[in-house]
Every structure is written in C-alpha cells, then in structure tokens.
Design a protein around this ligand. Structure first.
Ligand code: SF4
Length: 475
C-alpha cells in the first residue's frame, strides 16, 4: 500500500477539479510558453535538418536496442559486475521496493538521498522506505518542494511546475523553522539559496543515495544521469552506497550512442544544447579514486515492459522522458499533470500508463486527446503517440469499456457507413434537422447526445449541401 494511490480512473473528476483550481491555472499559464519557445529556438539554432536527422538516428538506435534487448542487458550486467557493481532484476514494482529496502537495511541507512528518478515514483519507493523507518530526502529542487507538500510530481522534468512562487515561499516558511522567521524570501534567488543551504546539509547525512538513469551503456556498464542542479552527482558520490534505479529499455549499445540521445534530450526537454551536468558512473570507487560510493547497485525494472515488446505499443519504449510531448499538449496545458492520476502524465502517459496499470484503470487517458498531433511532431524519438492512443481506444472498445452511448453511436454509424445510400440520406436528414434546431442563427447551443460539447461552446449549423452532393455537382 502506498500513500499515493493512482487516481487515473477518476481522470474526468480530476480534470474538473484542475479547471477550478485557480492556483494551478495560474502556474500552468506561467509555464505554458516557456518550454515550447525554448525547444523551438534550440532546434532552429542547431539547424532543423541536423536536429531532425538526429531524431531519425535516435529512433533507429532505440529500435535496434529493442530488437536485441536481452543481448544488450546481458552485456551491460557483465560490465557492471566486472567493475565491482551489482545488478538486481526487478520484475515488478514490489520486487524493486524489496530490493531497495534490503540494500538500505544492510547499509544501516536511516536517511536516503534521492536524485530525481521517475522509476522510484513508479515503484512508490519513498512511501515504502518511510513505512520501514527510513527517511527519503528528495534533492532535486522541484522534487523537494513537492515532497514538502506531500505530493507527487506533475511533470516528468519539472515536477513542481504546478506550484506558484507564493506557494513555495509558504512551504519553506512552514518547513524551515530553524531559520529566522523574519528572513527575506521575497525573490527567486533567496528561495533558491535557502533550498540550496538546507539540501547541502542533507547530502552529508545520508548513508545511501538513489538516482535514476537517463541511459545505461552496454559497452561500458555505465549509468548516465543528467541534471541542471548537480544534485544527481552529490546524491550518488557522497553516500557510502549508490543505488541506480532504471527500467530495462534505458539501455543503449555504446558511449557514442549515448551522445546521440543526449543531443536530442536537452534540446527537446528544456531547449538547452546540453543539460548543465551529465554524469557517467562506472561502479563503486576504485582503490585509486579519491571519492565515490563503496557499493554500487543497479535495480533494473521490468514492470510490464517486456509485455509491450512485439506489440503495437513497443515503440513507446523508445521514450527518453524529455517531456516535450506534454509541454506541447493542449490537454496537459489545461489540466496539469496530477489530473492524469499516476506517475506519467500527458501524451506519453496516455500511452504508457494503460500499458503498465491496464486499460481498465487507465482507459480515460488515451481518450483525453484532441489528436492535434503536436506530441508526435515534437517527440525526439518520433513515437507515433496519437496512433498508439487510437490502439488503446480500440482495445477499450473491444473490452466493452467504452461508455454505452459512444458504443451505440459508433454501432449506428457503422450500420450507415456500410450502406452508402442510407448514409447519404441520413446525412441530408441530419443536416436539415440541425438547421431546424439552429432557427436561423447558424448555431445550436444545446444538442442532445452532445451535451458535453455544447455545454461550453456552440455547435455551428452546417451551411450549404452535403460533401457528397457538392462532389457530385462538381464532376
Ligand atoms: S514520448 Fe517523446 S516527447 Fe514524450 S517524453 Fe517520451 S521522448 Fe519525450
């Protein structure tokens, strides 16, 4: 049992609440254009041809990995072991929880520092450690803020994007009671330096550091982590034990390949040529090393990913968690990440979440899309997200999970679509009925069976003749 149960099945209710939340709406308005403009500028600066060529190379590279996943994972494990590290295979989130807890207990840990890791969110590591008397401390600033608020991340690269500056100030005043009440917290710089000061102390208290990995390199057995704050480096090099948590598809064949991914990652995520810190870790400290952990563990999580191989959802495993799809998604921009109710929000979550927790739980997410296609346009790994959301809608329909009205509506449409004469007569009748309902105003403000649509906007009444009639007239 975790503190943060998925609320994905209540997506509709979550979305309604998000729309009513003024603080959230203000934070989302503030973030809306930042990422989009920065990515566009970074793409233009590199040159669109080179950027798009890199995307093709990154896609091909990951497709090759997925076709040979077992071989690369085996090679990776061999290299880690040879360097003195340990690889642990976790089939489920519970397995990962138990492995991490076991390592922490053996290390005698009371406090664990964490660099940002979405896999630990997926496995509910914080709650599991806390329930077993070990205190997890998030060291990424955004993660630290949401940890103070008792929340989960609402974005995969900007976990506190839903929090406004006044809310951060309030949290710091509540949490940092050891500091003078009258201190100046008026500016972003003062908030930042206070967080830095508080977190610096924590780095030296933890016995174990947990980080994620943006990549794992089969050729060298290294794990790669990128951050903009350097917290990943400190979380992994100061404690006595370092645990890397990563999912199995994070593997790339060679060092050279990792640079291809890095070149699209920073630009797609934050519009940076590269993230500020890129750290390659190669096992525990060697005799000649001045610092570094004494123990190095990698927890490799499957949690349903091998079931995606060979299916229409395999391409989702190319995802490098850059967040570009959610930054450009009109639905994400309107309701924020928490409405999605689990670890992965936005378009990538709409495909990945049903794969991991089942379409019965996550079926609303692929429906929460306008199919505008912006997510696919900006995805550095060229993942066909709308196509895969359509596959989920098909599965939902086949499993009879789609609401009755939609099912009957589709059945009715299919009946007519298979009978062109009837279809044409029906569209003519439908148009006449809509015109009648429009009463000469050119729009309908309330339409039976489409109340959700007309509740917030008017439906334009068709003008002119049907498409088929116009087509016939022109030939
Ligand atoms: S689906 Fe594409 S755009 Fe979205 S996070 Fe993954 S790699 Fe980035």
């Amino acid at each position: 049992m975790t503190l943060h149960e998925p609320t994905t099945p209540q997506f509709k209710q979550n979305a309604h609440e998000a729309l009513r939340d003024e603080n959230l709406q203000s934070a989302l308005r503030g973030a809306r254009n930042g990422f989009v403009g920065k990515r566009a500028a970074a793409r233009a600066k590199l040159g669109e041809d080179e950027f798009d060529g890199l995307r093709d190379a990154a896609r091909d590279l990951k497709n090759h990995v997925l076709a040979n996943l077992a071989d690369y994972l085996e090679a990776y494990e061999g290299k880690v072991t040879a360097a003195g590290g340990h690889v642990h295979w976790a089939e489920t989130a519970e397995d990962a929880q138990n492995i991490v807890l076991d390592i922490c207990r053996k290390a005698g840990a009371k406090t664990v520092n964490k660099g940002k890791t979405m896999i630990s969110e997926e496995c509910g590591i914080n709650d599991h450690l806390a329930a077993n008397g070990i205190k997890p401390v998030e060291t990424d600033l955004g993660e630290y803020i949401i940890q103070l608020r008792g929340e989960t991340p609402s974005h995969i690269i900007a976990p506190a994007v839903h929090v406004t500056v006044p809310q951060v100030r309030e949290e710091f005043q509540k949490a940092h009671t050891h500091l003078p009440e009258s201190r100046d917290l008026s500016g972003l710089d003062t908030l930042l330096s206070e967080a830095r000061g508080v977190l610096r102390e924590k780095y030296f208290q933890a016995e174990v550091g947990i980080t994620g990995a943006n990549m794992l390199i089969a050729e060298t057995g290294q794990s790669v982590i990128v951050t903009n704050e350097g917290n990943g480096d400190l979380s992994q090099s100061l404690p006595r034990v370092h645990i890397v948590m990563a999912s199995i598809e994070k593997i790339v064949p060679t060092l050279e390949d990792s640079s291809t991914i890095l070149r699209v990652l920073g630009r797609s995520a934050t519009g940076q040529d590269m993230s500020v810190y890129t750290t390659y870790s190669s096992g525990p400290r060697r005799a000649e090393d001045p610092d570094g952990p004494e123990e190095y563990h990698v927890v490799l999580l499957d949690n349903g990913r091998t079931n995606m191989l060979g299916t229409e959802f395999e391409e989702m495993l190319r995802c490098i968690r850059c967040g570009a799809c959610m930054n450009h998604c009109p639905v994400y921009q309107t309701v924020g990440g928490h409405a999605y109710g689990w670890v992965y929000p936005g378009p990538m979550g709409a495909v990945l979440t049903p794969s991991l927790i089942g379409v019965e739980e996550g079926g609303h997410l692929p429906n929460a899309s306008t199919f505008c296609g912006r997510c696919e346009d900006v995805c550095p790994m060229r993942i066909p997200l709308p196509k895969m959301m359509r596959h989920w809608r098909e599965r939902e329909f086949e499993k009879k999970l789609t609401p009755g009205a939609a099912r009957y509506g589709l059945g009715l449409w299919a009946f007519f679509a298979k009978r062109p004469g009837l279809y044409r007569a029906g569209t003519r009748l439908g148009m006449a009925a809509l015109r009648l309902l429009g009463r000469g105003r050119g729009r309908v403000s309330s339409l039976p069976l489409a109340g959700g649509w007309t509740a917030t906007r008017d439906m334009p009444v068709p003008s002119g003749d049907t498409f088929m009639a116009q087509w016939k007239a022109k030939r």
